[in-house]
Every structure is written in C-alpha cells, then in structure tokens.
Design a protein around this ligand. Structure first.
Ligand code: ZN
Length: 224
C-alpha cells in the first residue's frame, strides 16, 4: 500500500509525500557512540519520499546487505513553503505536525561509504528506510525544547532522548535547512537520533513513542 501522511485520528493529510531531510549527529552522545566528531554545523542528508512507509503493525528490512540499524527520531511535518532563512515565527507557522520516526540505516554499507568519502544514499535511501508513524497536530506540543522520543525493543528501552539535548534545536535546524534549499508542504524533517542506536533483528517487537503523545507497536519483518 502506498504511503500517505496522516494524523493520529486517521485523517489523511493532503500533502504529497515530499523529501525527508535528515540531520546526522544532532545529539553529542550519539556522535560519540559511533566514534564520529561532533560537527560544527548541521550535517544534512536527504531520503527520497519513495522510501517512506507507515508501520501498520510491521515493517520489513533488507536481509542481504549487512546490519540494519534503528535510529529513533522526532519527525516534523512541513505544511507551508519555507525558503531563504525564514524567521522563528514563519517556521513555527509552517509546521503541521510531529511524529515518531525511524531513520533506518544499512550500517555496514554506510561505514564503507564513509571510509571512501562517498555519499550515503545506498545506506539511507532503500525502500522502507524511513518508517513514519502518524502525526500529532503541531498545536498539541507546547514546548519544542522538551519533546521526548523513546524506543523499546522486545520490552527493553534502547533509546530515550529529549529535544533539549539537540545540538541544533528544531527551529534553528529548520531555519538552517531552509536557508540552503526550499522546504515544501509534505516534506518531513528528521531531527537526529539520540544515543543507543543498534541492530534490528527479524521478529523484534518495537514500541516507538513520542513521549506523552503516541506509542506505536511494530514488528520487524523480512523483506520478501
Ligand atoms: Zn538519523
């Protein structure tokens, strides 16, 4: 079934599924766990809309290209065009919703690409590489600098982050992105993953939550 953005009450969001703009190493503790330097400006990369899936109980991962890592992240749905370094108010006004997301990564493939200084698409843009749960409406979040993202696997908490620990908080991050290229309605910004990334195994049961708002259960399936 093809993916479409939707709110938690099941309402479909009539934006096209655009690009997914991601930021690497936006939490210092996560940069350290992969032995990466903490960047001085946001490290951006893009996943195409074609790799977005909604979990609906499960999602599948490739089994023939090495380890697939989970990265739980806060996702931001853009609802109005943003470009040329918008101010705070414009950014806030352009946000339509928030969701918990998984930025799935072929970690072995990415390590090889990094060694050679090559771009990351082969590791980050495979079909199904962005799992997006349903969005809550933007007005349900009072403080963007106190949003929790949590992932449990088979009942054990693996990632438990908060937006207060972001090196580039949500609003300045989106300003930076839009200062470099346009964001359009239907685009999603993934705001980086906290410490605790690791491998997924077929059959794992995940509980992914935007703390205090949503919790989505999903099973890891083999790509048929
Ligand atoms: Zn990520």
């Amino acid at each position: 079934m093809s993916y479409q953005h939707r709110y938690t009450d099941g309402t479909r969001i009539h934006f096209p599924v655009g690009k997914v703009v991601c930021v690497g190493r936006n939490y210092a503790e996560h940069a350290k766990e992969l032995n990466n330097p903490v960047p001085t400006e946001p490290l951006l990369f893009i996943k195409p809309g074609s790799c977005v899936v909604c979990p609906e109980g499960g999602f599948s991962i490739p089994t023939d290209r090495g380890v697939v890592h989970y990265e739980a992240e806060i996702g931001v749905l853009i609802g109005k065009p943003l470009s040329r370094k918008p101010d705070n108010e414009e950014v806030l006004d352009a946000i339509s919703g928030y969701a918990a997301a998984l930025d799935l990564t072929l970690r072995d493939v990415q390590s090889k690409l990094k060694e050679k200084g090559l771009p990351w698409e082969l590791a980050k843009s495979f079909d199904g590489a962005c799992v997006l749960t349903a969005f809550i409406h933007s007005d349900e979040v009072g403080d963007l600098t106190d949003m929790g993202i949590r992932l449990s696997i088979n009942g054990e908490v693996r990632q438990d982050g908060n937006s207060r620990d972001m090196l580039n908080p949500i609003i300045p991050l989106i300003q930076h992105i839009a200062g470099n290229f346009s964001l359009q309605p239907g685009d999603v910004v993934l705001t980086g993953t906290p410490v605790g990334v690791g491998p997924l195994n077929i059959g794992d049961t995940l509980a992914l939550s935007l703390v205090g708002h949503t919790e989505t259960q999903m099973k890891v399936l083999a790509r048929s």
